[in-house]
Design a protein around this ligand. Structure first.
Ligand SMILES: *[C@@H]1O[C@H](CO)[C@@H](O)[C@H](O)[C@H]1NC(C)=O
Ligand SMILES: *[C@@H]1O[C@H](CO)[C@@H](O)[C@H](O)[C@H]1NC(C)=O
Ligand SMILES: *[C@@H]1O[C@H](CO)[C@@H](O)[C@H](O)[C@H]1NC(C)=O
Ligand SMILES: *[C@@H]1O[C@H](CO)[C@@H](O)[C@H](O)[C@H]1NC(C)=O
Ligand SMILES: *[C@@H]1O[C@H](CO)[C@@H](O)[C@H](O)[C@H]1NC(C)=O
Ligand SMILES: *[C@@H]1O[C@H](CO)[C@@H](O)[C@H](O)[C@H]1NC(C)=O
Ligand SMILES: *[C@@H]1O[C@H](CO)[C@@H](O)[C@H](O)[C@H]1NC(C)=O
Length: 635
């Protein structure tokens, strides 16, 4: 381990000679709320991409405010992970925060274009404007300018429209990294805050915070609902965000900016260097010790390695939970007869303890069990209906449930893994990924046969109720598998009769009119959503983007193709440009006719899934023949 002292000496050496750390990301005060001014030279659109790395783990401070006052709701709003968020705030995943409590939110921050941002998805509420979204919902963690930059200058969008909201985060610059800063925290300024007080709270030198924000020395003005970057050596902890700690006096003395500053600073950096050197030596030592320890004593000492108090506490109560879990599993043994029951430890081992590198999306992780990849989904609340249904179905177009686990009051469902991820990625992500015509038709056929099975061959017949492209997964060969049966329910009635529900759930843009208006549930809901899905696949646009204005009917998108003289031209206009015209126009028109019938306002006018599958099967044959003749003519 002889290299360790060398490293610390090197760091010490480097640090002592940095005489001044330059401004990193300018704090621009209220300019972030000036929605009409569009000055792209400042950081209103986001902090500039000047870091050492193009992506990093960053932290945001959010103040809990109903309805965003639980681990789950805050994680969803800010694209964080409930497990990480609960851990860093030392609370359980089901916790509710007191109003106005500071919540640390870990996010994945990365460069997109010139700016750092963490992407999150926001669904427009009634009366929203960019300013209200940025200031009142995101509390200043996003800005109206950034939202406008992303989505253009529109004054009103439909309720439920999906917006990508860029959150303000940043990665440390080379200079900061060199001086031991590993994370930047976007602190949400509150009335009465000072740079000194904020720095003190997080144990950071005020000068460094000032420098990180390009602020001059002294006591600059900072404003509520703006972000101040706090440069951190270690991840923040909940002890720094609890309000009980008395804050420093109301107007703290600004650090002295006396004349012999330069010399004084050098000494400060030497001291910091020495401390950082010592800390690094210790950390390296600990890491090496830990690795050694782990390899030699893995089995016996696993439970003692867990460091954070929350996890330790969870471990202690594991015994009780295991008993609960056993009872619970026994009570549903008839359901779980053909499923494997995994222990939580097996899932931890499969996912490297739910390591972020295994994260897929939402509460889904990729894991490796017995050499095979699986997808592990944590389900909040009761999943027994879902498990019952999944255990019954066996069809190559419906995702297969391999096993289950019950731990700490939550279900974990272990699914077969679909290597190519969700269809929505292939529809939206234009990063060079696209599907050719025949692949799209094959996917439509797979989804149709899967739904037909669900509608006609499960007992009782079921409605999926949440068909959309993010719930369709693709395997190695781009064959589709329907996933997420959380909303599925028995169709109960015969064809033509309808069940009523007063609780409307589903995804805006995919929900059939009769369901939205009257809560009618039938297999024709899935037929409507399937029509939307096919339209998305053909056009390469996601449902919300297909509606050019509020209250328009989706079939209006098809009318020009089907009922206008210049149908061919309209068709070219509608089709996904990434196909570059490589589709058989005659078949494409037939597909669009089928979509039109699926989107009929009157549910009884929509075809049944078996008829749809038959039609698409013919379209697939025609498409394959077209592809073959095209290839031959190219030879
Ligand atoms: C980093 O520090 C050096 C001086 O040590 C300075 O010249 C340079 O501009 C700084 N870079 C940034 C990005 O602040
Ligand atoms: C930057 O990247 C390097 C190597 O990929 C990594 O070791 C380091 O931790 C990263 N720094 C930050 C701040 O994420
Ligand atoms: C975030 O969104 C922007 C704009 O759509 C995109 O360019 C960028 O790649 C996204 N970043 C991540 C990490 O997904
Ligand atoms: C910004 O939002 C907060 C609530 O989050 C509100 O109290 C404040 O008045 C808003 N600012 C403006 C200028 O509307
Ligand atoms: C946005 O549009 C409104 C009117 O529709 C206009 O007054 C405003 O100047 C526009 N803003 C920008 C930045 O283009
Ligand atoms: C700051 O400097 C003034 C004189 O310039 C001195 O009286 C005061 O004690 C100094 N404060 C600190 C915290 O060093
Ligand atoms: C974080 O973002 C980077 C860059 O886009 C990506 O490679 C990585 O998979 C992301 N990690 C998580 C946990 O989302």
């Amino acid at each position: 381990m002889g290299f360790l002292p060398c490293i610390s000496v090197f760091i010490l050496f480097t640090l002592s000679f940095i005489s001044s750390i330059q401004a990193q990301q300018p704090y621009i005060g209220l300019a972030t709320t000036a929605c009409s001014s569009f000055d792209t030279t400042n950081s209103a659109l986001g902090y500039s991409c000047n870091g050492l790395n193009r992506s990093c783990l960053a932290f945001l401070i959010f103040r809990s405010k109903p309805p965003f006052n639980t681990v789950a709701s805050i994680s969803t709003l800010l694209a964080s992970k409930p497990s990480q968020l609960s851990k860093i705030n030392s609370v359980s995943e089901t916790a509710t925060f007191e109003t106005n409590q500071m919540v640390i939110v870990p996010v994945n921050c990365s460069c997109s274009g010139k700016h750092y941002q963490a992407n999150t998805t926001y669904f427009v509420q009634n009366g929203d404007t960019y300013f209200l979204i940025a200031n009142n919902t995101f509390q200043g963690l996003s800005t109206c300018q950034a939202l406008q930059d992303q989505h253009g200058n529109v004054s009103n969008f439909g309720v439920g429209t999906r917006l990508l909201a860029p959150l303000r985060c940043a990665c440390p610059t080379k200079n900061q990294t060199d001086s031991g800063v590993h994370y930047l925290l976007s602190y949400l300024v509150k009335g009465g805050n000072t740079v000194y007080g904020i720095s003190k709270r997080f144990g950071v030198d005020t000068d460094r915070t000032l420098e990180a924000n390009g602020l001059s020395e002294g006591a600059p003005n900072i404003y509520p609902f703006t972000t101040l970057l706090v440069p951190l050596e270690n991840p923040p902890s909940s002890s720094q965000t609890t309000e009980q700690r008395p804050l420093p006096p109301s107007s703290p003395p600004p650090p002295n900016s006396s004349s012999n500053k330069g010399a004084k600073k050098t000494w400060i950096y030497v001291v910091i260097g020495v401390l950082a050197g010592i800390a690094l030596t210790l950390i390296f030592g600990m890491i090496i010790f830990y690795m050694f320890f782990r390899i030699s004593y893995k089995k016996e000492f696993d439970s003692t390695i867990v460091s954070s108090s929350f996890e330790a506490c969870e471990k202690a109560s594991n015994k009780k939970l295991d008993e609960e879990s056993r009872d619970f599993l026994e009570s549903i043994s008839d359901i779980a007869q053909s499923l494997k029951v995994y222990t939580f430890e097996e899932l931890q081992a499969a996912t490297d303890d739910f390591n972020p590198s295994c994260w897929i999306k939402g509460s889904v992780y990729r894991g490796k069990i017995g050499g095979d990849f699986v997808a592990i989904k944590k389900v909040y609340g009761d999943a027994s209906d879902q498990i019952k249904l999944l255990n019954k179905i066996n069809h190559s177009s419906l995702i297969r449930l391999l096993g289950i686990c019950f731990n700490g009051g939550n279900w974990y469902l272990v699914y077969e893994n679909a290597v190519n991820g969700s269809l929505s990625v292939w529809i939206n992500d234009k990063g060079g990924k696209f599907l050719d015509w025949a692949q799209r038709i094959q996917i439509a056929l797979d989804v149709a046969t899967g739904l037909n099975y669900l509608h006609s061959f499960t007992n009782p017949p079921h409605v999926h109720k949440d068909i959309k492209c993010s719930n369709v997964l693709l395997d190695t060969d781009f064959r589709a598998k329907i996933a997420n049966f959380a909303l599925a329910r028995p169709a109960e009635r015969q064809e033509g009769e309808f069940a009523l529900t007063s609780h409307i759930v589903g995804t805006k843009g995919y929900m059939a009119p009769e369901y939205l208006e009257n809560g009618l549930v039938s297999t024709k809901l899935d037929v409507y959503a399937f029509g939307v899905l096919m339209l998305e696949m053909l056009s390469g646009k996601e449902a919300p983007a297909l509606y050019s204005e509020e209250n328009m009917l989706l079939v209006d998108v098809l009318n020009p193709v089907l009922h206008k003289e210049d149908g061919e031209e309209s068709l070219r206009h509608l089709m996904d440009p990434s196909m570059q015209g490589n589709y058989p126009p005659v078949t494409a028109i037939l597909v669009i006719r089928l979509i039109e019938s699926c989107l009929k306002k009157d549910p009884s006018g929509r075809p049944a899934m078996d008829k749809i599958a038959q039609s698409i099967s013919r379209f697939l044959n025609a498409s394959l023949a077209w592809e073959l003749s095209k290839n031959i003519s190219e030879l």
